[in-house]
Design a protein around this ligand. Structure first.
Ligand SMILES: *[C@@H]1O[C@H](CO)[C@@H](O)[C@H](O)[C@H]1NC(C)=O
Ligand SMILES: *[C@@H]1O[C@H](CO)[C@@H](O)[C@H](O)[C@H]1NC(C)=O
Ligand SMILES: *[C@@H]1O[C@H](CO)[C@@H](O)[C@H](O)[C@H]1NC(C)=O
Length: 390
């Protein structure tokens, strides 16, 4: 009996050592691969010149490790994250073509959109601002690149959002000629395979070809929770108009039952907020009244017009660390500036939190909300929150 156990134990050890050795060997191979190809492929033009093996697109890289490895040896400059980012763009492009979602995905490029886009002319970067995804940090990165400060940490917090002084112009501050100049000076060669399909070379869209264009998104419902909590509950930046001017208007129109006496004291409930957001028609008039403040809950499609402006990268908050590194590399600024460190766990999707917030909201209101934000879920590949809808 004892011999049996000893034998089993010995087998266990041998197995463990074997597993360890194979891990070590494959890790080393990956390191060598990255050293050889990853390190030198830092310029955007090189990356853009890589032809994408279309057959792998549509399958998750992590699900297809063998196939991915095989493909990667054929196209050495593509890293795993390049595939992830490219796959997102292909999905976006497909959803943009879906007729039944046109109303949610195709947004006229108005001044409102041009206001969202910040320009770093020195490095040919355009950044569309989407709240609650670490945008303050990106603005700091771009302000640093524009040259007013020597590092991200030197910039005073209050200057970041002071658009008179921070040296970060918006695209809307440019004349139409200046915008067109950004659109057309680059002689685009259709022979070179590019990240986005180039045929037909459309000029009707605001392509802004010479510029590296990006923005960041996150799960649409988690984003709304974050906006609600930030603007109506915690209010860390002391912006009194959310509680004093916006909340009472929403409560008056959307709270199911209320006595006037506790209107001001109780504050906005998430339930009221959801009902307002899901009301397509009734919301229009209020939103005009609320002005720019609606950027905190208006859809990503309305903020950045991703079906009509050809963005190069759409980062996800949930994978911000990898996306930030990727963006710096693709914009060819990784040696000039670094993205501030991200506190661990802060970007993680939290289903429990979402369930908790929506627990007091009726299914009907949640479904309406989903209809309103469906475009964002679909464009950026976030799964339908069935656990809330059914
Ligand atoms: C287009 O969107 C609708 C609504 O979400 C969906 O039912 C349909 O399957 C989509 N069509 C395609 C081709 O993806
Ligand atoms: C899109 O909006 C137009 C005008 O508001 C409306 O007539 C049309 O039915 C909408 N289409 C879809 C697919 O919702
Ligand atoms: C998720 O959210 C819940 C409720 O807000 C919180 O208690 C929990 O700590 C969060 N989990 C993580 C991993 O952040």
């Amino acid at each position: 009996m004892r011999h049996h156990w000893l034998f089993l134990g010995a087998c266990g050890w041998v197995l463990l050592i074997l597993v360890f050795v194979t891990k070590f060997i494959s890790r080393k191979a990956v390191d060598e691969y990255e050293e050889r190809f990853g390190g030198q492929s830092s310029t955007t033009s090189e990356l853009r010149a890589v032809k994408l093996p279309l057959s792998t697109v549509g399958k998750t890289v992590s699900q297809q490790p063998d196939q991915w490895r095989a493909q990667s040896s054929a196209t050495p400059a593509m890293t795993e994250w390049d595939f992830v980012v490219e796959k997102r763009l292909q999905l976006l492009s497909a959803v943009c073509k879906n007729n039944s979602l046109m109303n949610l995905t195709h947004i006229p490029i108005s001044k409102f959109v041009l206001d969202r886009i910040f320009v770093c002319d020195k490095h040919n970067i355009l950044f569309c601002q989407t709240p609650k995804v670490g945008n303050t940090q990106w603005k700091k990165v771009l302000i640093t690149l524009n040259g007013a400060f020597s590092g991200v940490e030197e910039i005073p917090e209050n200057l970041v959002h002071d658009h008179e002084k921070n040296g970060l112009p918006r695209l809307s501050s440019m004349t139409p000629q200046e915008i067109t100049h950004r659109n057309t000076t680059y002689t685009y060669n259709c022979e070179i395979p590019r990240w986005r399909e180039c045929s037909p070379c459309r000029t009707t869209q605001l392509w802004l070809k010479t510029y590296f264009k990006f923005f960041i998104v996150r799960d649409p419902f988690e984003r709304l929770i974050s906006a609600f909590s930030d603007k109506f509950i915690k209010n860390p930046r002391f912006e009194p108009w959310y509680r004093h001017n916006i909340a009472p208007v929403i409560i008056r129109k959307y709270r199911r039952s209320h006595r006037d006496s506790d209107l001001a004291a109780a504050g906005l409930h998430f339930e009221d907020f959801v009902r307002y957001l899901g009301d397509v028609e009734g919301r229009r008039r209020l939103d005009r009244q609320f002005g720019e403040h609606i950027i905190h809950w208006t859809t990503y499609a309305e903020l950045c017009a991703p079906c009509d402006i050809r963005y190069d990268v759409i980062g996800h908050h949930e994978t911000l660390e990898r996306d930030a590194a990727h963006i710096l590399k693709r914009a060819a600024i990784e040696r000039l500036v670094s993205y501030p460190s991200i506190p661990p766990g802060i970007t993680r999707y939290n289903k429990t939190k979402i369930e908790r917030y929506f627990s007091g909201v009726s299914k009907r209101d949640i479904r309406r909300l989903y209809v309103r934000y469906q475009g964002d879920f679909r464009l950026f590949g976030y799964p339908t929150p069935d656990f809330l809808l059914n």
